[in-house]
Design a binder for this molecule. Sequence first.
Ligand code: AMP
Ligand code: FE
Ligand code: FE
Ligand code: ZN
Length: 287
Amino acid sequence: MPGVDLHIHSNFSDGELSPAEIAEEIKKAGITAFSVTDHDTIKGLSEAEKAAERLGLEFVPGVEISIYFDNASFHILAYYFEQTERFCSLLEELTQKRLIRAEKMIARINRLGYKLDIEDILKTGSRGSIGRQNIAQTMVKKGLSESTSALFQGLLRKGGPAYIPNPTIDPKTLFDEIHIAGGVAVLAHPGSTRHDEKIAGFAKAGLDGIEAYYCKHIKPQVAFYEKLARKYNLITTGGSDFHGKGRYPSKLGQFRVDYSILASLKERKKVIDEKRSKVAKPLIKKG
Ligand code: AMP
Ligand code: FE
Ligand code: FE
Ligand code: ZN
């Protein structure tokens, strides 16, 4: 069955495969279009795009941006943005702040008696942005913990002794920035985020879609988010959130969505571009 996958992590954040390897696996799985959506960074997109072109695959530029709002974390997927200087520098700032956050988390970890250096993570980990998964994997490699899941349940869990929230940006500002870059803003994995009460406000602030078709959503959740999307005039998208071995889906192709979702994503992009071109054109005064 062909299909698309609009949510994949590469080794430019906390995924296992390089963008080129992802493209190879997508091709093998018979998927025809895919996106790479690393955490707060678009540094892996050019490699993915080149590999997609070589393999005859359709590529959708993407990124997954973390925000912290009203004491809850949300992940916003952006698609089809242009890599404008303004959008790139926003992401660069978030990546830099993630690095500072990682240093602070490591300082906390060391205060608890471990021996960990940011260099250990930079050497073996991500080629782009750093997150808890990179810290967890390095700790396991160094024999400081038996598993990453033990760390995500202990030290690194939200509210845990080494946890520090991600850098954030106000949701409305983020939606505006995505639109200014010509991108489409989608709320990732709402079923895992569990703050459905925020969706109405996000829609009012400019959110374009929700990821109704997510690898962990059960059928009633999909139906629920499809209904919410209709209510707030949002599109629905989907993806596997593939990171690599160790959690479902452990292989690309195990979860895919219908190609038709790409049509509504492109339709939304067109609306955003039309609005953008109107804003950009100065009014011609008569006389
Ligand atoms: P961060 O953005 O640094 O707070 O890290 C969040 C990322 O860590 C998520 O996007 C997941 O990829 C990963 N993650 C979260 N919870 C777990 C878990 N229980 N086990 C493994 N990875 C996790
Ligand atoms: Fe992740
Ligand atoms: Fe996410
Ligand atoms: Zn993700």
